[in-house]
Structures are given as structure tokens and as C-alpha cells.
Design a binder for this molecule. Structure first.
Ligand SMILES: Cc1cc2nc3c(=O)[nH]c(=O)nc-3n(C[C@H](O)[C@H](O)[C@H](O)COP(=O)(O)OP(=O)(O)OC[C@H]3O[C@@H](n4cnc5c(N)ncnc54)[C@H](O)[C@@H]3O)c2cc1C
Ligand code: SF4
Length: 511
């Protein structure tokens, strides 16, 4: 054999650079389902299922196109269960002259591939991932040219570089962002009827995977009761089209809003399809921008969506590869608390967390603000060790792949990287959740109170966080005001808050 072309579970791109120059006479594709990937961190059943189902559909497509595919299924009795054992077995059997792979989405996987190639004295060719608009080398050049790393500058450069939503050198609409218009809540009346996103009934391939996951991973968190995710490029594009027609117009305005029993609201639900490389982000950007020029969606929504894909997604990926493996060791706030056990069960009387974790376990999904300002915020305020927070996020979401999950958790949510990515920690009291959702209306706690029996734990922990980090953030340009508010509290109040926070920590002391 000439080339063994390795296709990993999140590389299901039909235009993959790994397939360039493929010669069916002397090359073959290798794909493996390995139990290790579902267990090296604890994994939601729906997360395991979406990867395996999408992989099997990709395998079938490759075979239909005439590619030879050596596919190691999880239920193959000879499956050794780890990436290393399966790849070693394939190399011994096929004796390729070279291994080819697209840039993996995880540092650990790249190390394993390099080690295995080295052990067999085989060249490993790592090809670029076409699903990103910017290469890792280009991102590094961007970083080298600056003192501080900030999304806003990176995003503007990406707009200028690509010409997306640009009028010559100026942004369309005269502004780079419309954040001020994009923070609306639904008010007491609620969201009304939000169009349900399109879902897909499992076909026989997906159903076989669902049955296997239930059988092989019965104790894993989460449910497969409502599994309707896109697992093919055709379904991914239908999801995109459905989003553009039905939800894009209000995406911007309600990007930050939350509501009970509304897991998706106006969000696109495209992250898993994009991360598995079923949907090219360029197509998503192009179709949403077309919707603006055709007058179907306002600029605030279209720019808000483009910012996520052209800005955040590319930026986050650059940060991951620039700073790994040192990045995962960071813990700038020196936190030590264990993750509360209710993150795995939703068994808590805090309504916002019960709703968000419950929905996460049901669907393997929560939208951005739920991840950032409910589960993420609580862990940040409580002072959970970032590694435990990372392992939870990597486990529970259908779109979780380390390159995107880790910087979002360490950089955006937990401030564990010390401000490398975000200029300040995203902290807020329960009053923020009261404003942006209806969770507090159904809760036994009072978001306005920091102490006493009905005090909201978010509010108590918010003031406690400020006290614990008072010196660090006193002169911070964006947090200084919050520290000055803290300094208006009497010493007795400050002490009562500290005592109540300590009680919460004792109750929430982990598994
Ligand atoms: C603590 C935390 C953990 C996260 N973990 C993940 C993760 O494991 N995988 C993941 O894909 N996203 C993650 N995100 C980012 C974001 O929450 C999800 O991409 C989004 O909620 C997915 O829903 P959607 O497709 O409806 O997105 P929309 O709100 O409709 O956004 C459109 C697309 O933009 C991209 N995008 C949006 N925000 C981000 C972001 N912050 N970083 C990178 N891409 C973004 C996604 O591809 C998304 O599909 C995390 C965010 C936080 C705060
Ligand atoms: S009162 Fe506090 S705990 Fe209850 S839902 Fe509101 S923010 Fe969450």
C-alpha cells in the first residue's frame, strides 16, 4: 500500500485535503470507532452517538464514491478499544509507505499519531483543515504582531481580509458590531411561539448506533430519547436553510436571552455539524450574508452570526494551537473546589441550573449564554478547579471537541488563562439571570438577596468572588466599578456574605 489516509471522527469533510491525490489502486482510507474516545473523559450518550453515526454515514459515502475504506467498528470483536492499538494493527496489516491525516482537533491525538508513526518509522503527512478560513501559521503571525490578543481586533482583520460585510475598507452599516442592540430579553410575556428547529428521524444507520450506545455505555450521562441531530452534509445544509428562513431574523436581538423549556430559541443548532465538518462555515456565512442583502434578515442578526463563525470560531482555534499543551495547566485564579455533583444529575433547587443542566442531559445541548452565564458562571463564582469544569464541558455537549471547548471554558468562562483571551472574568449576580430569563420566577431563591435563607447563591457568590479577588481587580478598567460597589458594603455585610458563601461551598463539595 502507498498511502493510508486516516480520517478521524471530527473530519468528515467530503472535500477533505486528506483525499487529494487519492489513488484507489494503491491507497486506502482508515477510520476507527474506539471506546477510548468515549471514555477518556466521561461522555454524554448523544455525543458518542452523533460522532459514530456521522462516521458511518461518511464511510458509506466514501465507499459509494469508490474509495477503499478500512473501517473498525466499535462492535467488531477484534476492536482493541484504543486509537493506538487500532492504528498499529492497521499499519502491521497493510504496510503502508506513508500516513496522511488532516490537522486533528486535539493536541493529545496529534501526539499519539506522531508517536505511532515514529514507532513504525513511517512518514506522517499532516494536511491543512479546509474548514477553517485561517491557517494556524497565519493566526500565529497575527499574535506575533501584537502585545495583547483580543477577539475584536482579530475579527476586524478577518472582515478586512475576506471582504465579508465590507464596503471597501468600511464595515457595512458603519459599525463593526451591534452588541448594544443584541442583548434583549423577552420580558414577562416570554418568547411566544418560536419556530421549532428542523430535526431528523434516525435512519437505520443511526438507529443501529443508538442501540449500540445504549448497550455499550448504559451508565454514561444523558439520554438518547430525543436524538434528531444532522449526521450528513445534506441534513446539515437543511438545518442551515431552516435556521436562515425561520430564526436568523431574530437571532441577533435574542442571542443572550434564555427561557424555560426553550433550549434553542433563535440559535442555529449548527455547531455539531460544523465541528464534524459536515457543513463548511463559508457556506453558512455566505447564505446568511445573502439573506441580509435580500432583505430577509437585519444586519444586527447577520453580523452577530458572522462574528461567531468568522471571529470567535477561528480565534478560539488559533488560541488552542498556539498555547497548548501549556494552556490546559493554567489556573490563574488558583481555584480548588470540586465540581458539584448536580452538574451530572440536575438535582438542585437552583432553578436556572436545574433547567440548564436538565436540558443538557436531555439534548446534549445548551446555547451559548446558558453555557457561559449559568453553568459556567456558577463554577467560576464557586471557584471550581478549571480542569474539572473542562472535563464536564467536554463530556456533555454534542458539539464538544477539545480545540473549541477548552479555550471557551478556560479563556471565556473561567478566566483560568488569566485574561489571555477575555479582558475580564464574566461575572454577574442572580439579577443578571433575572433580567435575561424567566428562571428566577420559578425559583425558591431571591436574586436580589445576598444573605439570609432565600438568598440567591449566585448573588452571594458574586459578592464573595469580588471580595476574594478585590486586590486583583480593584484597578481593572472594566471591573473597577463592581469593586467600588463592593466597598460600599459594611464590614458586617461583607462578613455575612463570606460566611454564607462558605456554607454553599460545603454543601456543593462534589461527587
Ligand atoms: C463554557 C463554554 C463552552 C463551550 N463549548 C463549546 C464546544 O465544546 N463546542 C462548540 O462548538 N462550541 C462551544 N461553545 C461555544 C458556543 O456556546 C456554541 O458553539 C453554541 O452554543 C452552539 O450552538 P449553535 O450552533 O446554536 O450556535 P449559534 O449561537 O447559532 O452560533 C453559530 C455558530 O457560531 C460558532 N460559535 C458561536 N460561539 C462560538 C464560540 N464561543 N466559540 C467557537 N465557535 C462559536 C458555532 O460554530 C455555532 O454553531 C462553548 C461556549 C462556552 C461559553
Ligand atoms: S434566583 Fe438565583 S438560583 Fe434561582 S433561578 Fe434566579 S439566579 Fe438561579
Amino acid at each position: 500500500m502507498r498511502h493510508l489516509v486516516l480520517v478521524l471522527g471530527d473530519q468528515l469533510d467530503r472535500r477533505s485535503s486528506a483525499l487529494d491525490g487519492f489513488d484507489p489502486a494503491c491507497d486506502a482510507v482508515w477510520m476507527a470507532e474506539v471506546a477510548e474516545e468515549a471514555t477518556h473523559v466521561w461522555s454524554h450518550k448523544a455525543r458518542i452517538a452523533i460522532f459514530l453515526s456521522a462516521m458511518r454515514h461518511y464511510r458509506d459515502w466514501l465507499r459509494a464514491q469508490g474509495y477503499t475504506v478500512h473501517y473498525h467498528a466499535l462492535d467488531d470483536p477484534q476492536n482493541g478499544g484504543s486509537f493506538r492499538t487500532e492504528l498499529t494493527r492497521a499499519i502491521q496489516r497493510h504496510q503502508p509507505q506513508k500516513l496522511i491525516v488532516v490537522e486533528p482537533g486535539e493536541w493529545r491525538v496529534l501526539q499519539t499519531l506522531q508517536q505511532v508513526a515514529h514507532e513504525h518509522q513511517l512518514p506522517l503527512e499532516v494536511r491543512p483543515d479546509r474548514h477553517f478560513l485561517l491557517s494556524i501559521a497565519e493566526f500565529n503571525r497575527h499574535v506575533d504582531a501584537r502585545k495583547t490578543l483580543r477577539l475584536e481586533f482579530f475579527y476586524r482583520e478577518m472582515r478586512q481580509r475576506t471582504g465579508i460585510l465590507m464596503n471597501g475598507k468600511q464595515p457595512v452599516g458603519g459599525a463593526w458590531n451591534f452588541d448594544a442592540e443584541n442583548r434583549q430579553s423577552f420580558g414577562k410575556a416570554g418568547p411566544g411561539l418560536v419556530p421549532l428547529p428542523i430535526g431528523f428521524t434516525p435512519d437505520t444507520t443511526t438507529q443501529a448506533v443508538l442501540n449500540m450506545v445504549e448497550e455499550r455505555f448504559p451508565n454514561h450521562p444523558g439520554s438518547l430519547q430525543v436524538f434528531d441531530w444532522a449526521v450528513t452534509p445534506e441534513q446539515a445544509e437543511e438545518t442551515l436553510d431552516d435556521f436562515i428562513v425561520n430564526r436568523l431574523p431574530l437571532f441577533g436581538a435574542y442571542q443572550d436571552a434564555m427561557w424555560t423549556n426553550e433550549p434553542y430559541l433563535y440559535h442555529s443548532r449548527l455547531s455539531s455539524a460544523i465541528n464534524l465538518k459536515l457543513l463548511d462555515p463559508r457556506l453558512a456565512i455566505q447564505k446568511t450574508v445573502d439573506a441580509y442583502y435580500q432583505g430577509h434578515a437585519p444586519l444586527q442578526s447577520v453580523e452577530g452570526f458572522v462574528r461567531q463563525l468568522l471571529g470567535w470560531r477561528e480565534y478560539i482555534r488559533g488560541v488552542y494551537w498556539r498555547f497548548m499543551p501549556e494552556y490546559i495547566e493554567r489556573n490563574a485564579l488558583s481555584t480548588i473546589h470540586p465540581l458539584p455533583s448536580f452538574y451530572w444529575t440536575a438535582d438542585t433547587d437552583m432553578n436556572c441550573l436545574r433547567e440548564t443542566v436538565g436540558q443538557t442531559l436531555r439534548y446534549g445541548f445548551a446555547h451559548h449564554i446558558q453555557r457561559l452565564m449559568v453553568t459556567g458562571l456558577y463554577a467560576l463564582l464557586l471557584g471550581v478547579h478549571p480542569r474539572q469544569v473542562h472535563e464536564w464541558y467536554l463530556a456533555v455537549y454534542v458539539d464538544a471537541v477539545e480545540w473549541v471547548e477548552l479555550p471557551n471554558v478556560y479563556g471565556m468562562s473561567q478566566f483560568a488563562d488569566g485574561g489571555l483571551m477575555a479582558s475580564k472574568p464574566y461575572i454577574a449576580s442572580g439579577k443578571y439571570l433575572q433580567r435575561m430569563s424567566n428562571y428566577c420566577a420559578g425559583c425558591r431563591y431571591d436574586p436580589t438577596r445576598a444573605t439570609g435563607e432565600n438568598a440567591c447563591p449566585f448573588t452571594t457568590l458574586y459578592w464573595d468572588f469580588l471580595q476574594r479577588h478585590e486586590a486583583r481587580f480593584a484597578d481593572h478598567p472594566r471591573l473597577g466599578q463592581q469593586v467600588r460597589n463592593l466597598r460600599r458594603l459594611s464590614e458586617a455585610d461583607r462578613q455575612a456574605i463570606r460566611a454564607q458563601a462558605e456554607q454553599i461551598r460545603q454543601q456543593d463539595s462534589g461527587k
